[in-house]
Ligand binder design. Structure first.
Ligand code: IPD
Ligand code: CA
Ligand code: CA
Length: 267
């Protein structure tokens, strides 16, 4: 195993312990509001600190960008870690056992290592560039459906940007009719990991952040899938608008969504 993946796993497991301890003793969870429908807890912040400390102990010169503590620029900017310490905070606060730690490493701007860890189920999704993707050390692959019929997709609602709801619902309607069903489980990092594992056939969401998707993107690529923006291009890191799945499923989703999206979403 790549030594940096090993450290990413250690960091994710350490954060998972902090998260589970708080989940089981939820009196100690302090919730504050970051933005519109955007909540954060002391646990998100503590988990990010634990991840950051674990990484910097082994790689003190690396750079880290985390959702809660922002950028720590190290001497070595070629190595950048991208962290979502707790993806699915709303589930966590509500006591819904579906959330994850997401950790990715970019080397010279290219995704190199990825971990998505579900501490409730003990499921560890990992990938190293060029080495495939694994769930608890077993190889995973995207589900290669030829078209949308019979597929189960995952999505996230634009709950922080409700002005997109009209376009989202029009696009959802057009797509839903062709699928078997669509899930909204509440953790984009796990949605992406589930696509990589073939548990769902594809995923789409508006306005995600780099820490939501960095690890998941590498998992999907290494599992044989494709990640695109809403116009079928590569601008998803900037726009946060993402579609993924097996290549044919991804293209079929783009085709159904596209006519219903506003120009601002087609970037
Ligand atoms: C959120 C979750 C959710 C998605 C949101 C994300 P957070 O992350 O991934 O599923 O719909 O867009 O922001 O805030 O829980 O880390
Ligand atoms: Ca997130
Ligand atoms: Ca988060």
């Amino acid at each position: 195993m790549h030594p940096m993946l090993n450290i990413a796993i250690r960091a994710a497991r350490n954060a998972g312990k902090v998260i589970l301890r708080a989940y089981e003793d939820n009196d100690k969870i302090e919730v504050t509001q970051k933005g519109s429908n955007d909540l954060v807890t002391n646990v998100d912040k503590d988990a990010e600190t634990v991840i950051r400390d674990t990484i910097l102990k082994s790689y003190p010169e690396h750079s880290i960008v985390g959702e809660e503590h922002g950028l720590i620029e190290g001497k070595d900017t070629d190595y950048q870690w991208i962290i979502d310490p707790l993806d699915g905070t709303t589930n966590f606060i509500k006591g819904i056992p579906h959330f994850a730690v997401s950790i990715a490493l970019k080397v010279k701007g290219r995704l190199d290592q990825a971990v998505v860890y579900d501490p409730i189920r003990g499921e560890l999704f990992t990938a190293s560039r060029g080495q495939g993707a694994q769930l608890n050390s077993k190889r995973i692959r995207v589900n290669k459906a030829a078209d949308l019929s019979g597929t189960v997709l995952a999505t996230g609602f634009p709950f922080k940007q409700k002005h997109h709801m009209e376009a989202y619902l029009a696009a959802f309607n057009a797509l839903f009719i062709h699928t078997a069903d669509i899930r909204r489980a509440g953790s984009a990092a796990l949605d992406l990991a589930y696509v990589a594992a073939g548990r769902v056939d594809g995923f789409f969401e508006i306005g995600l952040k780099p820490w939501d998707t960095a690890a998941g993107q590498l998992l999907i690529k290494e599992a044989g899938g494709l990640v695109v923006d809403f116009a079928g291009g590569n601008n998803f890191d900037n726009s946060g608008n993402i579609i993924c799945g097996a290549p044919k499923v991804t293209q079929a989703i783009v085709k159904e969504l596209r006519p219903h999206l506003t120009d601002s979403l087609l970037r």
